[in-house]
Design a protein around this ligand. Structure first.
Ligand code: CA
Length: 373
């Protein structure tokens, strides 16, 4: 059992203009997901519920196993939606988004496809953790639209990825270091398309009654016309391992671990296996394709390589520096993660870790950065 203490609430509503609710959600103990179905007649509902079935069973697993399996579970959901419509002509063309999170050991493990969203609310800041797999998001990244233009673009809900469209699907996978007091909001575009991020932040951080927060979010979307089905899950992270804990009564019955398993022994094990399997050359090649966020001369930097040294040989070099001083990171668990090295899938992923996890943990006066954007 993981030591992260969490509370949650969830709500879905048909909205004011649709006849059916094609959104669906799953709210487990540590596993949460929002799915927004697409397709005529009942197909959208079938797709969103079918895809969620593969996620739900993760909640019965040990959280660490669930975290390892979440991306595959989303892929299995994709496969079952795809196969169902091959068999049933009335369901042709159905699909669904999927934004799923497992909370384990002080981390949120996100697996995501489509335009439903996962937000992190930390103090006064809100950050979108999920990428929008939409045509307009692609055009923004290519410089063909501004984010403001994208928000009102008539084709803003055209997806570039969805579950069920093809036999295989490319899943966004993001591992987020959580801090006590963090809140996550998962929602369908029926919410994010109607409320501004600043409003979602304001409502979702207002008070301790999470059911009331969900109600407020959905009521607000409906007051503004309720143009689409709307779903919101709010997850409140009260404690993470390694933090000074709350009063003992609050954690009664929940096993806590002294701290997270540091990354280094895992990397070492992989290294030894790597040397045996691929030789030194293979390890160097592997290291060159890896990134992590760590510390250099007191600053937060992005390394290319692996956070280990083999004798006098270092397997990493600084790829990018930031102006963030490690000692300014107020959260001790995030600071420790930086010291241990936070592994990233790519350079882009490493930049995202800096932007989404580390910058919000630095007091506002420190966040002016000299690095160009
Ligand atoms: Ca929708």
């Amino acid at each position: 059992m993981s030591g992260t203490l969490i509370r949650s609430a969830a709500l879905t509503d048909v909205g004011r203009s649709r006849e059916r609710n094609e959104d669906a959600y799953f709210e487990g103990q540590r596993v949460f997901a929002v799915a927004d179905g697409l397709g005529g007649h009942r197909a959208g509902e079938v797709a969103s519920h079918l895809a969620l079935e593969s996620i739900e069973s993760l909640d019965d697993l040990d959280p660490k196993r669930a975290a390892r399996d979440i991306v595959d579970a989303v892929r299995r959901g994709n496969r079952s939606v795809y196969e169902r419509q091959q068999k049933d002509a009335t369901l042709k063309g159905m699909g669904t988004t999927m934004t799923a999170v497992v909370i384990s050991e002080g981390y949120a493990h996100l697996a995501h496809v489509g335009d439903s969203r996962c937000y992190l609310i930390r103090g006064e800041t809100i950050r979108q953790i999920s990428n929008d797999h939409t045509l307009v998001a692609r055009m923004v990244s290519e410089g063909k639209l501004t984010p403001d233009q994208a928000e009102v673009h008539p084709q803003r809900s055209v997806l570039t990825r969805a579950l069920g469209a093809d036999k295989d699907v490319d899943v966004q996978e993001t591992n987020l270091v959580l801090a006590p007091g963090d809140r996550l909001v998962l929602c369908s575009d029926g919410l994010s398309g109607v409320l501004a991020e600043s409003e979602i932040r304001r409502y979702a951080s207002d008070g301790a009654d999470l059911d009331e927060i969900c109600r407020k979010l959905i009521d607000t979307a409906n007051e503004r016309g309720g143009p689409d089905n709307v779903t919101a899950i709010v997850i409140d992270v009260q404690d993470t391992p390694g933090e000074p804990g709350p009063a003992p009564a609050a954690i009664k019955g929940l096993g806590r671990r002294a701290r997270r398993v540091p990354v280094r022994p895992i990397v070492w094990t992989m290294l030894i296996v790597g040397v045996v399997v691929g030789g030194w050359f293979g390890v160097r090649t592997w290291a060159n394709g890896s990134y992590y966020v760590g510390e250099d001369n007191g600053k937060v930097v992005i390394y290319r390589g692996l956070p280990v040294e083999v004798g006098v040989l270092s397997l990493s070099s600084v790829e990018e520096t930031t102006e963030i001083e490690v000692e300014d990171v107020t959260n001790p668990s995030i600071r420790r993660s930086i010291e241990e090295g936070i592994r990233a899938d790519s350079l882009e992923d490493a930049r995202r870790i800096v932007e989404v996890q580390i910058e919000p943990a630095v007091p506002i006066r420190q966040t002016s950065r000299s690095t160009p954007r």
